[in-house]
Design a protein around this ligand. Structure first.
Ligand code: ADP
Length: 248
């Protein structure tokens, strides 16, 4: 693997908690604009892997490089976010008392205080950017609605829009389809395909219909390492993967 071909280059990473190897010589190479699904049974190390990439957990060994040479293991969570790695947790954290538009506006203005942001006139450029994001997340028609009144799926899309406003190169997304209706799940797959043109997406998910709709390369984690990698069909036919999921 040549490091500079990747948006995210994770190589030979290990971490132990009290002598237990939660991540064991894990490598993951994500290209610019690539979408990757991560699956694996509970305890496989999916969350720990995301924690390592985002600077929440420091690995004992191994490399985590962003683009050519930024060593992410030297930075904390806020710094990693600023460098260009966005993380979406399972629970949406939109501000319910604000409108859809205002939520994106706040995220776009980021570091300014909430009051400054709300009462400061928006530039034409900001306005245009917000409209682009609303279109991308298919919430143009709900832009004046209070976030509190959105469905669970719409709140998830709004939060993704808020993350996108920061223009992250890489987006890590934890179980986006959880709690969504079938229709929302399929719309989310379409949204991710639109996003993957501009961003690299790493999606941790259990819902196989959703992963099928994403139509991307799948990495199966087990005991902190890569058990199998390839198309969904390939990994589902892998004997070791079948044993891990069905038990011996
Ligand atoms: P997954 O997200 O795939 O369910 P996790 O990354 O949460 O898996 O956990 C991987 C393993 O590491 C589990 O056995 C878990 O109990 C352990 N683990 C994770 N974080 C910690 C921690 N901070 N301290 C001790 N053990 C941990």
């Amino acid at each position: 693997h040549i490091e500079n071909e990747y948006a995210l280059y994770m190589d030979g990473v290990s971490v132990s908690f009290d002598g237990f190897k939660a991540i064991n010589n894990l490598s993951l190479y994500i290209k610019p604009g690539e979408m990757r699904a991560i699956i694996g049974p509970n305890g496989a190390g999916k969350t720990t892997m995301m924690d390592i990439i985002t600077g929440k957990t420091r690995p004992d060994t191994g490399k985590v490089l962003f683009k050519n040479d930024t060593d992410l293991t030297k930075y904390d969570e806020a710094e990693v976010a600023n460098i260009g790695v966005g993380r979406k947790f399972q629970k949406p954290s939109v501000i319910e008392s604000l409108s859809v538009f205002e939520n994106i506006e706040l995220a776009l203005k980021g570091k300014r205080s909430i009051w400054q942001s709300l009462f400061h006139a928006l530039s034409d450029q900001d306005h245009q950017r917000i409209q682009e994001i609303l279109e991308l997340i298919a919430l143009q028609d709900q832009q004046d609605a209070l976030a509190a009144n959105l469905s669970h799926g719409q709140k998830q899309w709004l939060e993704i829009g808020m993350l996108i406003s920061q223009e992250p190169e890489v987006l890590l997304i934890d179980e986006p389809a959880a709690g969504m209706t079938d229709e929302e799940t399929m719309k989310t797959a379409e949204l991710f395909k639109r996003l993957a043109k501009k961003h690299s997406l790493v999606v941790v998910e259990h819902d196989m219909d959703f992963i099928k709709a994403l139509d991307c390369k799948v990495t199966v984690l087990h005991e902190g390492r890569v058990l199998a990698e390839g198309s969904l069909e390939t990994v589902q036919a892998n004997q070791e993967v079948i044993e891990v999921y069905l038990g011996r």
